[in-house]
Ligand binder design. Structure first.
Ligand code: NAD
Ligand code: LMR
Length: 323
């Protein structure tokens, strides 16, 4: 039997976690032979609800769960964590942009960045889900000076999966027929879901769809999908967000099958400002991700990438006091 992996999850009593924790416990994230110790963090008013979640996890008798704890103290929840999923934070409501949450949520990530720095495993892999995810990840990384900022990532996988699903439906294919999907930039309405590199069953995606659909239907649909779900459900996406978090961490730890999109600290690749948490096409191998280099970027793509980069730069300015 392998040594258990310690997985810390914040916002353990929230909506996303109610899907996420049970799937991790079932082995969907780290594999059917990998035991886990779940370390759940909540705020004091939600500790009763968290107790209920823990009771339910126990009642599932998951063979892979070798331990489970709940705490309202980040230093306890992050103790020796190998993986930290930072979900806990306020979701937006109808009519809001995710960046409207910067004030409400920013502080959470400076506190948790420090607590990760001081308590987590030195190799911890961090995924920020709480919005605005990219800039919250930047805040967390900036407050963890002893960790490499490459250990902090922001969730773009939901956008990536949304893009795959839209293109598969349009081309009457399966998501597994699609290669080289990319979502660049910010998890916001400026993100750039890019099919200019993508192939469907080996054929260039752009040859299979018309340009008008690409620019005026596909791109805005993916960009605004989160808001459409809030409008339809009255609450922000939860099960699909949990599923994307599992995909992101599974690929990071176990390797990806081709290109996936991850929000990561920019190293200046593709002319993007260094340091901001920008979504790039990456390939994961041996527990590391690498940016896919040397893709040809046309003028349309360059413009879209600039717009989303500028938004991330202005978000960074807005939280300068927390960095
Ligand atoms: N990146 C993405 O693709 C993506 C997708 C969906 C949702 N989200 C974001 O994820 C976040 C959570 O969404 P949800 O639907 O689960 O919200 P929710 O309100 O149902 O749950 C959030 C939980 O976090 C807890 N919490 C708040 N502050 C905390 C703190 N400091 N420490 C620990 N826990 C804390 C709350 O008590 C609550 O239980 C939101 O910010 C949402 O916008 C991101
Ligand atoms: O849109 C939101 O606020 C929630 C989440 O980020 C999403 O993309 O579904």
């Amino acid at each position: 039997m392998k040594e258990p992996v310690r997985v810390a999850i914040t916002g353990g009593a929230g909506n996303i976690s109610y899907s996420l924790i049970f799937r991790i416990a079932a082995g969907d994230m780290l594999g059917p032979d990998q035991p886990v110790i779940l370390q759940l963090l909540e705020i004091p008013p939600a500790m009763d609800a968290l107790k209920g979640v823990i009771m339910e996890i126990n009642d599932c008798a998951f063979p892979l769960v070798h331990g489970i704890s709940g705490s309202d103290k980040p230093e306890e929840a992050f103790k020796d964590a190998d993986i930290a999923l930072l979900v806990g934070s306020k979701p937006r409501g109808k009519g809001m942009e995710r960046s409207d949450l910067l004030k409400a949520n920013g502080d959470i990530f400076s506190v948790q960045g420090k607590a990760l720095n001081d308590n987590a495993s030195k190799d911890v892999k961090v995924l920020v889900v709480g919005n605005p995810a990219n800039t919250n990840a930047l805040i967390a990384a900036a407050n963890a000076p002893d960790l490499d900022n490459k250990q902090f990532t922001a969730m773009m996988r939901l956008d990536h999966n949304r893009a795959l699903s839209q293109l598969a439906q349009k081309t009457d294919s399966q998501v597994t027929d699609i290669d080289k999907m990319i979502v660049w930039g910010n998890h916001s309405a400026t993100q750039y879901p890019d099919i200019s590199q993508a192939t469907v069953n080996g054929k260039p995606a752009l040859d299979l769809v018309d340009r008008d659909w690409y620019e005026n239907d596909f791109i805005p649909t993916v960009q605004k999908r989160g808001a459409a779900i809030i409008e339809a459900r009255g609450a922000s996406s939860a099960a699909s967000a949990a599923s994307a978090a599992i995909d992101h961490v599974r690929d990071w730890v176990k390797g990806s099958d081709g290109i996936v999109s991850m929000g990561i600290p920019s190293d200046g690749s593709y002319g993007v400002e260094e340091g901001i948490m920008f979504s790039y096409p990456v390939i994961c191998k041996n527990g590391q991700y690498e940016i896919v280099q040397d893709l040809e970027i046309d003028e349309f793509s360059r413009g879209r990438m600039k717009t989303t980069e500028e938004e991330l730069r202005s978000e960074r300015e807005a939280v300068a006091a927390l960095l």
